[in-house]
Design a protein around this ligand. Structure first.
Ligand code: RTP
Ligand code: MG
Length: 143
């Protein structure tokens, strides 16, 4: 098993509904360690840059509008197979298709407002972590 890091966002809908603690509890209960964390209100430019891979998609404008609609929590999670582990905790993009007990099944209202983001690969995780955190902001957890 590989120890990996992944990047996570608690999106504006879940922050507004006071689900930060419940979502952090899911990460920690699954054995993922939070090694960096902060609240930020994304600018339009930050959101557009973060989701640049989707810039040609029809939902891009709505996605950027939603992601800038209120503050988000951004965090780095570390643990065994963290990228896939977090995607499993999150559930499918569309909450109507998300497995029972996943974050999106429990906390997301729609595919457009779906509570959480998680990196989809180790490479995108490294890029996304660097997009939001300096090296000094990411802690070494030895215990
Ligand atoms: P995320 O990047 O936010 O973790 O979500 P994801 O990997 O599960 O899904 P992705 O394909 O990367 O899409 C990013 C976000 O765009 C919205 N979306 N809407 N209406 C649609 O068909 C559609 N497809 C994607 C979702 O809010 C998704 O989280
Ligand atoms: Mg994605």
């Amino acid at each position: 098993m590989a120890i990996e890091r992944t990047f996570s966002i608690i999106k504006p809908d879940a922050v507004a509904k006071n689900h930060i603690g419940a979502i952090y509890n899911r990460f920690e209960s699954a054995g993922l360690k939070i090694i960096a964390s902060k609240m930020v209100h994304l600018s339009k430019e930050q959101a557009e840059g973060f989701y640049a891979e989707h810039s040609a998609r029809p939902f891009f404008g709505a996605l950027v509008s939603f992601m800038t609609s209120g503050p988000v929590m951004v965090q780095v999670l570390e643990g065994e197979n963290a990228v896939l582990a977090n995607r499993e905790i999150m559930g499918a993009t569309n909450p109507a298709e998300a497995a029972r007990g996943t974050l999106r099944a429990d906390y997301a209202a729609s595919i457009d407002e779906n509570a959480v983001h998680g990196s989809d690969a180790v490479e995108s995780a490294a890029r996304e972590i660097a997009y939001f955190f300096s090296a000094e902001e990411v802690c070494q957890r030895t215990r």
